[in-house]
Design a protein around this ligand. Structure first.
Ligand code: CA
Length: 236
């Protein structure tokens, strides 16, 4: 692999020996790696030169991992997968990480092999994402034709409903917050006070109404996500 095709990973970790260890591990795996020891610098780097993956420590000086992740989700031009590292292993912390927009989670101390496997799984999803066909369960989205099919059946989605479905499919299995979707669809100028309402209604009519199990789920207090009956959890 040459430098242009090697996946680019940013490692944001303030603990110098651990950062050096992670950087060495990823470089030996053939990845192109940049590093940051401070949250603000890491955010700047991610926004100006989005990597293919961000390995993000939760406890960072400047801007902590959760804040960085939230800012990233609001401001990045495209989805940058985030693997969150933390010493805290309580369920509440994990859920906090996913709500802020982490794609995966690893509790310290971790085995090098596990970090590498998770990094590779997230990068593989990115490669799949570059394909114009995106599949989530029985849903298939053709980005080029701007068409979605569920169980082979073409969904006659209006453009905004299609755009929401595409965002949710790209984010799957994590949830997107209401404000994240609004920001991605209208930047900072939504046309009305509750702009998602009618579009989500139309999306449900086409995506879920003709089928037995609904795919579009409201995650209470978080936002929306797609649910796939037989394949919950990240693609590996
Ligand atoms: Ca730290």
């Amino acid at each position: 692999m040459n430098a242009a095709t090697r996946p680019h990973v940013l490692v944001a970790e303030d603990h110098t020996p651990l950062r050096a260890q992670i950087v060495g591990l990823l470089e030996r795996a053939g990845l192109q790696v940049d590093e940051a020891a401070d949250g603000r610098l890491a955010l700047h780097s991610v926004l100006t030169q989005p990597p293919d993956l961000l390995v993000l420590d939760l406890g960072l000086p400047g801007l902590d991992g959760l804040q960085l992740c939230q800012q990233l989700r609001l401001r990045a031009p495209r989805h940058v997968p985030v693997l969150m590292l933390t010493a805290r292993d309580t369920l509440a912390d994990k859920l906090g990480g996913f709500e802020a927009g982490a794609d995966d989670y690893l509790v310290k101390p971790f085995a090098s092999e596990e970090l590498l496997v998770r990094v590779q799984a997230l990068l593989r999803r990115r490669t799949l994402g570059q394909d114009y066909l995106l599949r989530v369960g029985e849903l298939e989205i053709d980005r080029r034709a701007q068409q979605a099919r569920r169980a082979g059946q073409l969904l006659a989605l209006p453009p905004k409903a299609f755009a929401i479905l595409l965002l949710l499919a790209e984010a799957w299995p994590r949830a997107l917050t209401r404000s994240e979707i609004i920001h991605r669809l209208w930047d900072d100028e939504p046309p009305e006070s509750d702009p998602l309402r009618s579009h989500l209604y139309l999306l449900r009519q086409h995506l879920d109404r003709p089928f037995v199990s609904p795919m579009l789920h409201t995650v209470h207090g978080v936002g929306f996500r797609l649910r796939v009956d037989d394949a919950e959890g990240p693609v590996s």
